[in-house]
Design a protein around this ligand. Structure first.
Ligand code: GLU
Length: 452
């Protein structure tokens, strides 16, 4: 019988090996630490999972593709970006996960996202494996024509690796409806197939699911509400700080407002906006989705209730709830300390890994309900899987039906994480609950399918 401490030592060795074998990938190391550090109890309790090679296989992607993406700007100059697709684990279904276009993208970032995606996708209860991709291309300030040429060049390589039964990309930071459209067009042209299920996040008129754009933000608010309910509270009248101003932030604010909370902030890399009356979503959507502008112009146009704070941290604004919805490591231990001082009750991650490990530790120590991204933001990929189901059936569901399914999935994820944490002596610890529950599902499938 292996003890928890023996298991912990074995996991520590594995973590050291991961750092040696994957140099200069700090985000991947962080994600691996975050998961593996919580697995000791389940590996000790269930010897079949401690089988040599199981966790070692889980941390090694099944396939990693890196490729050149040359494209010409509007002046005819040639640019060369790097494209990635990491196909991490397909034990539960075709690889599934978004594409991120952002200058910070490198192999380590895509591996951290792909690794997280394995457990997130498992938690949805749907048949999807984990993968992620993207490029260091920066779409900001690029014309539609430039973005189209980039997407076409990216897909000219990517198409040979993906397919509705193989690997199904979607959006992430820098990849929204416009980019998915250009990518799908090029895939269709190269393959001469109408293969709707090869990409998700498509337009509603050509195979996209209703509620997919809203799903990540809506789902995160539902998860936060479930955590509050556990403590005998609800969203009504709570003040919320939200970071980011992309798709996740916008629909987080929309759902918070619909459920009676007051969402008072949004942000981008230039600073943040605080609006005492609550963010005016029509104005924010106009600026971000139509004009592709910056949040400072929100404050200029909104009037006296709003101000723009250049630089600065959105976490300085006092609130009951915090929903980080921008990017990884945007909420550190100083921010966590400020939130705690200001009486925050719950933090729920709309982005992937936005809170640093030190921040998570501090929040949990202070008794703040903490929803990790792989559980709290799983609504997006869950509705992607529903989009795949609609595509296979050549049908489309009403918005009401998709929203009901999303609500059920989020409730189930919350219950699963909560119960799993209790089962492993970590009541209220959603990080442990999410990691172990996701791990159990993937590990069972891997064991059943043999050493591959
Ligand atoms: N990029 C999103 C995520 O982080 C969505 C992925 C998808 O829909 O496949 O989960």
């Amino acid at each position: 019988m292996t003890t928890r401490s023996e298991t912990r030592t074995a996991l520590d060795h594995l973590l050291t090996e991961i750092e040696h074998r994957n140099p200069a990938q700090p985000e991947f190391h962080q994600a691996a630490h975050e998961v593996l550090e919580t697995l000791a109890p389940v590996l000790a309790a269930r010897p079949e999972y401690a089988e040599p090679g199981l966790v070692e296989r889980l941390v090694e992607p099944e396939r990693q593709v890196i490729f050149r993406v040359p494209w010409q700007d509007d002046q005819g100059r040639v640019h060369v970006n790097r494209g990635f697709r990491v196909e991490f684990n397909s034990a539960l279904g075709p690889y599934k996960g978004g594409l991120r276009f952002h200058p910070s993208v490198n192999l380590g970032v895509i591996k951290f996202l792909g690794f997280e995606q394995i457990f997130k996708n498992a938690l949805t209860g749907l048949g999807i494996g984990g993968g992620k991709g993207g490029s260091d291309f920066d779409p900001h300030g690029r014309s539609d024509a430039e973005v189209m040429r980039f997407c076409q060049s990216f897909m000219t390589e990517l198409y040979r690796h993906i397919g509705e039964h193989t690997d199904v990309p979607a959006g992430d930071i820098g990849v929204g409806g416009r980019e998915i459209g250009y990518l799908f067009g090029q895939y269709r042209r190269i393959t001469n197939r109408w293969e709707a299920g090869v990409l998700t996040g498509k337009g509603a008129g050509w195979g996209g699911s209703l509620i997919r754009p809203e799903a990540t933000g809506y789902g995160n608010v539902l998860f936060a509400a479930a955590m509050l309910r556990e403590r005998g509270e609800d969203l009504e009248g709570q003040t919320a700080v939200v970071s980011g101003s992309g798709n996740v932030a916008i629909y987080t604010i929309e759902k918070l407002t619909a459920l009676g909370a007051n969402a008072v902030t949004c942000s981008d890399s230039s600073g943040y906006v605080v609006d005492e009356k609550g963010i005016d979503l029509d104005l924010l959507k106009q600026i971000k989705e139509v004009e592709r502008g910056r949040v400072d112009s929100y404050a200029e146009r909104r009037g006296s209730s709003a101000r723009f704070v250049p630089g600065g941290s959105v976490w300085d604004v006092p609130a009951d709830l915090a929903l980080p919805s921008a990017t990884q490591n945007e909420l550190d231990e100083n921010d966590a300390a400020t939130l705690i001082r200001n009486g925050v009750k719950a933090v729920s991650e709309g982005a992937n890994m936005p809170a640093t490990p030190e921040a998570v530790h501090l929040l949990q120590q202070a008794g703040v309900a903490f929803g990790p991204g792989k559980a709290a933001n799983a609504g997006g990929v869950a509705v992607s899987a529903l989009e795949m189901a609609q595509n296979h059936a050549r049908t489309s569901w009403t918005a009401e039906r998709v929203e009901e399914e999303l609500a059920d999935i989020m409730t189930n994820i919350h219950t699963t994480c909560h119960e799993t944490a209790e089962r492993y002596d970590a009541p209220g610890d959603y990080v442990t609950g999410a990691n172990i529950a996701g791990f159990e599902r993937v590990a069972d499938a891997m064991l059943a399918q043999g050493v591959i």
